[in-house]
Design a protein around this ligand. Structure first.
Ligand code: MN
Length: 478
């Protein structure tokens, strides 16, 4: 199998976060809506209905361009893509063919410690089709047009991905870029991002083999597994001297395999031509600059770099943080504040990533009025005035108790650092825990943790734990 180089290109349909459809003033949120309730004469493709372009969709596609590292095209236009299917009442989809809104760009990925840039060919605006369902046992199908006309941005990668792991990393990174810049709700379960993977194998790295396209994958795992499956399937065919057929395939999640759906399709099958109902897009420099300025506040790469420097965060911590855009916004507000000193900021970020998510239900609880209290607690820990575990109690209270007074909490729970006082507690703890004390005296270091824990309990969490440990060790091991 290793004699073949797999090459993968990914097309992703991103549902844009607009209130209404791409060409009609009809709600775009089809989740939970009864079939065919979010429709108009435009969605139905009635004769004479005139589409009007949604400006928000244009703005979001421009932001997507910036997120991919390029400025949007000043000129782009819409084309009709013809095909016949019951979920497409007009008989054509409005898309962008020759002049898409975004050309070029890249997505940075990292797999196994190795960094790679995956090029982007283009990203074009288009409308979604409706949905057909086939009731079990019935001799008819049902059509729901709620989704018809939903704005999509189709992002097409260069065939520069060479493994299932890279394919998954690409999909995940694209998700983060779209999520953080607020371009899409990225609700994968509801199909807000749908991936099509083109997979081919070749013995000659300079020449691409015949590809299969597996469509409509809506999870990172499905992307990875479908690519893995296709690489294996194609390698086995080639090994046994057979040829790969260019075709569209589907993913069967239950069986974890791809299955053939239909044969080869080429662009000329769609009879593309410019849509005469929609004027071309001519974006002014002023407009593009304005969108860019807006986008910079949500620029994944620059903000990630800023947070990394301010909080000395690891890549894993940053990945966790970026899964919650509200937490990122909060972190940015923290470092932009006047009192942001490196020590307390690192501590606060540690809580933000590892502690706070365990007791807040939703990240909208991260309001900026919490910053001062959290920084005060973090500063107290940094200056050894508060034991870390005690401070965590304070953090929790800060989010749950509206009358929480941070100054009072810190003074009531001041760390006990007086050697004499701690010595007295240590003495008492050792007297009450002879067995553990004997174990420590015999060199069993594990038992020290237990005794330190008892000292903490006895001091109501206030004793300086390092000092307690030092005094226990000194007393028992000399
Ligand atoms: Mn498409």
């Amino acid at each position: 199998m290793s004699q073949y180089l797999p090459t993968i290109g990914i097309e992703c349909h991103v549902q844009l976060k607009t209130k209404t459809k791409l060409f009609a003033a009809v709600s775009n949120d089809a989740r939970g809506a009864a079939p065919n309730t979010l429709i108009s004469h435009i969605c139905l493709g009635m004769p004479g209905a005139l589409p009007a372009l949604n400006e928000k969709a244009v703005e979001l596609s421009c932001k997507a361009g910036f997120a991919l590292g390029v400025s949007p095209q000043k000129f782009s236009k819409f084309d009709r893509k013809h095909y016949f299917y019951p979920d497409l009442p007009k008989g054509y989809q409005i898309s962008q063919f020759s002049d898409p809104v975004v050309i070029g760009g890249h997505v940075d990925i990292e797999v196994g410690g190795e960094k790679k840039k995956i090029g982007i060919v283009r990203a074009h605006l288009e409308e979604d089709a409706g949905k057909t369902t086939h009731p079990a046992g019935a001799d008819y199908s049902l059509v729901d047009l709620n989704r018809a006309g939903t704005p999509l941005l189709e992002i097409v990668s260069e065939p520069e991905i060479h493994s299932a792991h890279e394919a998954k990393a690409y999909a995940q990174k694209l998700y983060l870029l779209m999520k953080y810049a607020d371009i899409s709700d990225v609700d994968l379960y509801h199909g807000n991002m749908r991936f099509d993977v083109n997979v081919s194998l070749s013995k000659d790295a300079k020449k691409l083999g015949t590809r299969s396209e597996t469509k409509n994958l809506n999870s990172f795992k499905a992307v990875e597994k479908a690519v893995e499956y296709e690489i294996k399937r194609q390698a086995e065919l080639l090994e046994s001297g057979k040829e790969i057929v260019q075709e569209t395939r589907g993913w069967d999640d239950a069986k974890q395999k791809t299955t053939s759906q239909r044969g080869k399709e080429e662009a000329h099958d769609y009879r593309y031509f410019p849509d005469p109902d929609i004027p071309p897009l001519n974006l002014s420099d002023e407009y593009i600059d304005k969108v860019k300025k807006d986008f910079e506040k949500k620029n994944f790469y620059t903000i990630r770099e800023k947070l990394e420097k301010a909080g000395h965060l690891s890549d894993d911590d940053l990945d966790t943080l970026f899964n919650n855009p509200e937490a990122v916004d909060f972190a940015v507000a923290v470092i932009e504040g006047e009192d942001a000193k490196p020590g307390p900021v690192s501590k606060l970020f540690d809580w933000l990533i590892n502690v706070i998510p365990s007791f807040i239900e939703d990240f909208s609880a991260l309001t900026e009025d919490k910053i001062d209290g959290l920084l005060a607690l973090a500063k107290a820990v940094d200056e050894d005035k508060l034991v870390s575990t005690k401070a965590k109690d304070g953090v929790k209270q800060l989010f749950h108790d509206t009358s929480f007074n941070v100054e009072k909490f810190i003074s009531d729970n001041q760390t006990l650092s007086d050697e004499g006082e701690i010595e007295a507690i240590v003495k008492k703890v050792i007297e009450n825990n002879q067995k553990a004390a004997q174990d420590v005296a015999n060199g069993e270091t594990k038992a020290i943790g237990f005794l330190v824990g008892q000292v903490m309990k006895e001091s109501k969490g206030k004793a300086n734990p390092q000092l307690a440990q030092k005094l226990i060790t000194k007393r028992l091991q000399g």
